[in-house]
Design a protein around this ligand. Structure first.
Ligand code: C2E
Ligand code: MG
Ligand code: MG
Ligand code: MG
Length: 284
């Protein structure tokens, strides 16, 4: 009886794995087509200053308008892209599209804040600075206009050439932000080794503010040390006025989250810039 159960459990398990492998393969094939069929687009989520309330940046976030599935979020397809190496092509497309859009907005006389682009660790090789420089040049975009968001996994890999590549990007005039800070393994002290100008506190530690004591302590520690390292601090995933007030009192520099805006299509972000949309501090 037990043996039979184990056997059927195994059959069930392998059937499930089989399904997952098929789904994975289908996504991979469709993702390749997505690049060709122009189903990819960028949404933009504003970053606002906790001093002035003004938009001081935006993060470009990849979206996939799938003909059948509808709008697919990166949480679904980025892992597949990472595994298959397709992330290199996606990453190139994202940088190119962000620069194209910035150029278009500049040509329309908009005052552009810094636009941040997410980079996969897999994009980080010795050719990256040259590739980035070529894209910027092609669109006539200044390096200071684009910020690159990287994650801790890259730092933990810790290779000397990672620091050298970062230094090269910084020397070009680009700013580097450390995304999802606190979820990885790098300690605050360890950060000194890297030329990073901005820390993004992960949403996981923002959600519990100001009621969860642990989250408050973590947020306070991150802000305090980042200030000593002269880094800008952005809080991710801010959804409530209480979270905002707490972060503002801590001395956090910027906020990114649904409280101000969800990620939106380019046209909507453009409207926010034109209208000078601002964060209201007394919106309790
Ligand atoms: P991320 O870089 O940490 O981006 C922030 C994510 O948090 C976005 O999810 C955003 O929509 C979400 N978010 C922002 N504010 C709030 C909030 O107030 N509440 C909640 N619940 N969520 C909020 P999204 O767009 O689904 O992207 C997920 C992740 O996918 C990103 O996390 C990033 O790691 C990855 N990703 C997105 N675009 C790209 C890309 O072009 N290249 C690479 N390599 N990764 C990307
Ligand atoms: Mg990011
Ligand atoms: Mg993040
Ligand atoms: Mg995050």
């Amino acid at each position: 009886r037990a043996a039979q159960n184990i056997e059927s459990a195994f059959l069930f398990y392998s059937e499930e794995m089989n399904q997952r492998a098929k789904e994975h393969l289908r996504l991979e094939t469709e993702l390749r087509l997505a690049l060709v069929n122009q189903e990819l687009l960028l949404y933009y989520q504003p970053k606002v200053s906790l001093r002035s309330g003004r938009i001081v940046g935006a993060e470009a976030l990849l979206r996939w308008r799938h003909p059948v599935r509808g709008l697919v979020s990166p949480g679904v397809f980025i892992p597949v892209a990472e595994e298959t190496g397709l992330i290199l092509e996606l990453g190139s497309w994202v940088l190119d599209e962000a620069c194209r859009q910035v150029r278009e907005w500049k040509d329309a006389n908009l005052i552009m804040p810094t636009i941040a682009v997410n980079l996969s660790a897999r994009q980080f090789d010795q050719h990256l600075p040259g590739r980035v420089a070529a894209v910027l040049e092609r669109h006539g975009v200044q390096p200071e206009q684009i910020m690159l968001e990287i994650t801790e996994s890259l730092l933990v890999r810790g290779a000397d050439n990672v620091i050298a590549i970062m230094n090269e990007l910084v020397a070009m005039g680009m700013a580097l932000a450390l995304d999802d800070f606190g979820t990885g393994y790098s300690s605050l002290a360890y950060l000194k080794k890297f030329p990073i100008s901005t820390l993004k506190i992960d949403r996981a530690f923002v959600t519990g503010l100001p009621y969860e004591e642990n989250d408050c302590a973590i947020a306070r520690a991150i802000v305090t040390m980042a200030q000593q390292l002269r880094q800008e601090i952005v809080a991710e995933g801010v959804e409530t006025a209480e979270q905002m007030s707490f972060l503002r009192e801590l001395g956090c520099d910027q906020l990114q989250g649904y409280l101000f805006s969800q990620p939106v299509p380019a046209a909507d972000f453009e409207r926010m810039l034109r209208e000078g949309k601002r964060l209201a501090f007394n919106s309790r």
